[in-house]
Design a protein around this ligand. Structure first.
Ligand SMILES: Nc1ncnc2c1ncn2[C@@H]1O[C@H](COP(=O)(O)OP(=O)(O)O)[C@@H](O)[C@H]1O
Ligand code: SF4
Ligand SMILES: [Mg+2]
Length: 326
């Protein structure tokens, strides 16, 4: 299917405070949150972005929604470059692309009633006030809060975590968007309500034909939601492929370690066990060449000299590694 979102060579640097020595030497240290990320999200697809904390997932999600600007590269939505959007074009994009926040407790203004919180995107998009109630009720039905009158006058602190996450979802859906980015959508919720929210998200996506990007550190979770998974490591994509294939037969050494850390019942464990040492390094000082080389048990000389490109590998994956990984 045609791509709805296209990223090409996306780079994002964040400046960090300089020491006196660095100022004298004219050095400008930066956190390299994203280091040349390219991929397409097909219209109607559900794509997962997974990787350890700090690898750049949230930054990538924010750039795709134009909540921040890239340092380099380009992002297009429905064929239009986000970089050039302003005025009506930007407002139109904001209607079509929505974020589901990680923490429902932070996502809603504690001083707004639930009705006002869900109406806010309609106000920002300049939707006629006469349409608000209808649209809000429809969004509440979508998230299975059909007894909406019970919630409208309440404040966030009067709701449970599961109810709040449904309200946050309703808020994201009230403009009938085409594209949703969900950043760790259930990580702050009690385990007992997670499954219900995930089932609901899948049902809504299918019913509305939404294109979605789910960001998570949890491979088991994305397996349920997404057909395709991108694995990130220190600002780069290291593997991209069908979720089932990635989970059952990961190819990149980092993905193999990730899968080994999350036991997957039907994965072929004899192939994937690959322990890695240490922690993810600081992204202001990534290793030269392959970012994973300090922790990779298979690293060899070339890995320090040259960054591996993401290239086609067996099983319909794309893998960024100098080795031929069967
Ligand atoms: N606004 C910011 N200012 C400075 N550094 C940032 C900012 N946002 C993110 N970073 C840094 O960029 C890197 C990637 O962060 P993030 O995208 O939040 O990763 P993830 O969501 O995978 O945990 C981290 O090193 C983080 O500290
Ligand atoms: S390129 Fe080298 S260091 Fe990087 S994952 Fe492959 S073998 Fe390991
Ligand atoms: Mg994050």
């Amino acid at each position: 299917m045609a791509a709805l979102v296209e990223l090409r060579g996306v780079v994002k640097h964040f400046p960090v405070a300089r020491s006196l020595g660095e100022i004298v030497r004219g050095k400008r240290p930066a956190v390299r949150a994203l280091d040349g990320v390219s991929f397409d999200v097909g219209s109607g697809d559900a794509v997962a972005i997974v990787g350890e904390s700090g690898c750049g997932k949230t930054t990538l999600g924010r750039l795709m929604l134009k909540l921040a600007e890239p340092t380099g590269g380009s992002i297009a939505f429905d064929g239009v470059a986000l970089g050039g959007l302003s005025g009506d074009g930007l407002r139109d994009f904001r209607r079509q692309a929505q974020l589901v926040f990680q923490n429902p407790f932070d996502a809603l203004n504690p001083r707004f009633t639930i009705y006002r919180a869900v109406a806010e995107p309609l106000v920002n998009a300049r939707i006629d006030k006469a349409e608000h109630k209808d649209r809000i009720e429809k969004a509440f039905r979508r998230v299975h809060l059909a007894d909406f009158d019970r919630y409208f006058d309440k404040y966030p602190h009067q709701l449970s975590g599961g109810q709040l996450q449904r309200v946050v979802l309703a808020r994201a859906l009230v403009l009938a968007p085409r594209f949703l980015v969900a950043d760790e959508p259930v990580s702050m919720l009690d385990v007992s309500v997670r499954a219900g929210i995930l089932t609901l998200m899948r049902e809504i996506r299918e019913a509305m034909g939404l294109t979605a990007v789910y960001i998570s550190h949890d491979l088991a979770l994305v397996r349920y939601l997404c057909d395709r998974t991108l694995v990130m490591y220190l600002g780069r994509i290291v593997e991209d492929g069908p979720t089932e294939a990635i989970v059952r037969r990961p190819r990149h050494p980092y993905t193999r370690a990730l899968v080994a850390a999350v036991p997957v019942p039907d994965a072929d464990q004899s192939r994937i066990a690959l322990p890695i040492k240490g922690n993810i390094p600081d992204s202001s000082e990534p290793p030269s060449g392959c970012h994973f080389r300090d922790r990779c048990p298979l690293a060899f000389a070339r890995c320090a000299e040259e960054a591996p490109a993401l290239r086609e590998a067996a099983g319909g994956h794309r893998v960024a590694c100098h080795l031929e990984l069967a």
